[in-house]
Design a protein around this ligand. Structure first.
Ligand code: GTP
Ligand code: MG
Length: 290
């Protein structure tokens, strides 16, 4: 069989995680309309009769403002070495700007590069054409493909292109594997996804989730988790008036857990303040951000 590793990189919010989930037809990576949703490199494993492809979803590359941001950029950029191909995802509905130039400056690719112009459903034809021309000039050897991940448009074509770059190789993960991450990671991410979706712009980036307890019983899943914020004002926002927001987060997160485990979910959420955790190497490590 053919096999290999493929990194998915790009600026925040361009649809990298949506593309990964579409490629492997499973929800491995959380997706929200907020920038910097993905914080870790997450592997999603695709397999069919011809090939096993290990995709690496990565945090959006951005100008960092804290240690966590620097760690996120580093892991995204590091994912491009030692892989069979790199997919650079671009939001085709946005004009080429400073953030794109920053990424182009940081990016060094020494393997086949596939550029996905995503969100084609939101773009006008001339927008698509001019961005395509620009990227073709920047990366003359790259293959460029238009896509709408949300509508699953051109997902199969992207798979075909990727396979054309793979060679015969071993099955890196056992048959049936979906990801390299364990259940605790997915629980943390599902809760974080709900926190991000329930809150407005400035707060979410400052939040981490730590799973304190996880028990899988025959008919139930029991989870206790901490939502970590970096100042008292954020704790008040997360809790909301009379606890309304944390309650809403809890209800949605419980639903997500029930969907994932097909069992009744019992979820306790607590909010803890850890001052400036985004710049504290010890706390970053504790919350899983090396
Ligand atoms: N209209 C449209 N929206 C899309 C498409 N693909 C993704 N989105 C939306 O774009 C937003 C960001 O998607 P993500 O997959 O989280 O983006 P990302 O690149 O992984 O973002 P980060 O993890 O923050 O770097 C979500 O609201 C998605 O639903 C698409 O093809 N069309
Ligand atoms: Mg993402």
């Amino acid at each position: 069989m053919k096999s290999g590793f493929v990194a998915i990189i790009g600026r925040p919010n361009v649809g990298k995680s949506t593309i990964l989930n579409a490629l492997i037809n499973q929800k491995v990576s959380i997706v929200t309309n907020k920038a910097q949703t993905t914080r870790d490199n997450i592997k999603g494993i695709y397999e069919d009769d011809e090939a096993q492809i290990v995709f690496v979803d990565t945090p959006g590359i951005h100008k960092p403002h804290h240690e966590l941001g620097r760690i996120m950029n580093q892991s995204a950029l590091a994912s491009t070495s030692g892989v069979e191909a790199v997919i650079l995802v671009v939001d085709v509905a946005k004009p080429f700007g400073d953030g794109d130039a920053f990424l182009v400056g940081e990016l060094k690719v020494d393997c086949p590069l596939i550029i996905v112009l995503n969100k084609i459903d939101l773009a006008k034809i001339d927008q698509v054409q001019s961005l395509k021309a620009r990227y073709q000039e920047l990366y003359p050897k790259a293959q460029i493909i238009e896509m709408s991940a949300i509508r699953l448009f051109n997902v199969d074509d992207l798979l075909k292109i990727i396979k054309s770059h793979l060679e015969e190789g071993p099955r890196y993960y056992p048959l049936g594997s979906v990801s390299d991450r364990d259940e605790t990671f997915f629980i943390k991410e599902l809760i974080r996804e709900q926190v991000l979706m329930q809150l407005r712009e400035e707060v979410p980036h400052q939040i981490a989730v730590a799973v304190e307890k996880f028990q899988l019983k025959s008919k139930a899943v029991v989870v206790e988790a901490l939502i970590i914020v970096d100042k008292p004002s954020q704790k008040a926002i997360v809790i909301g008036k009379d606890g309304a927001r944390i309650k809403a987060i809890g209800i949605k997160a419980r639903g997500a857990l029930e969907e994932r485990f097909h069992k009744t979910a019992y979820l306790q959420l607590y909010v803890a303040i850890k001052k400036d955790w985004l710049n504290n190497p010890r706390l970053l490590k504790e919350y899983g951000y090396k």
